[in-house]
Design a protein. Sequence first.
Length: 369
Amino acid sequence: MPFLTQRPFASITFLLGAILSTASMQSQQIKIDTASARAVLKALQNPSLTYEQAMAIAQLEGNQGMIKEMRELGEADTEEQFAHALTAAAHGQPSGSPQEEHYNFPAVKSSAPAISLRLDQIEQGFEKEIRDRIRPYAANPDTVSVRGFVVAGGDGGGYAFGGSDFYLNIALNDDILMAKQVLVHEAFHGAQGAVYHEDTEHWAKDLTQPADLVRGKLCSNTAKLFKDMRNEGTAMYVGTNEMIKDAKGPTGQRLYAESLYGEEHLSDSAGLLEISIASMQAPRPVSYKEVYSIDFFGRGIVYFISRAMVSAIAEQDGPSAVGEVLLQPGYEFVLRYTKLKSYGIDQTHPRLGENTVRAAQFLHNGCHE
């Protein structure tokens, strides 16, 4: 989910308690597990919480995802830090390290009543709404099973790791409409991961000549960027920002306003994408991690052009086209957009930069001119 987290803004049959529903349509399954969030809220109200009890809570599957997210953000990376942070907050004590502070458990504790109410609402049947929303756009929807975990803590508002699981941090979603939108967005990431895995690393493998290694690394990095554009653009399109149009919370209202601004400045989004591609082609290339951070963290400017591209494809070829692009590499998604009848006709269908199109065609040609 964009803007909410420091990472994209990337699912569901649950193994641990609080399984809320068995609703399914044919063999498609979407369920939401709130056990991890409930356990954290309960622990924070226990001034006698022990370290051992906190460690047991860290083992819950949703909280394992939270710890993984923190590790990927470079903010905390161990179960022990989670347990120490949770215990300190329960005891009303400050966190023992800057890394532990990133779990934000004191803020969760102070907002526990409101968070609990939002959990109640999620537990009253969100699975069907999510399933009904993503089904028309999913590839092979009758064979997709995704798992969703609601957590309470950490810096990510919503995230996924490329598989069929996804996560919602209810503590950072201050409005139930916003929580629903993030669930749809991240559930669609789960639907993506359930049907297709693009190996973007193979471009840089098994190459021996220095020139080939440079070319292979470039292709690997541009393939990653186009893959992320495809994944985030489709999830943004399905988890439309119209869902938070009437949000009452300040975060939801801000995100909706920023979404409207982004739609009005698509040329800026396409321009940042063009600069990103060029920076990875430079004699001293910018790393993919830095490019990704600029494109998708914080304001997430490249989300906007990605969503506009998906919208244009669906506009011409129908909802099923969204699922079709999930079954092909990201660079094919970019090229498909450039071949639309509406490509470049107005500000809502902007042309992509020359470097961007050339990079996609380069990958289509097998990493060759």
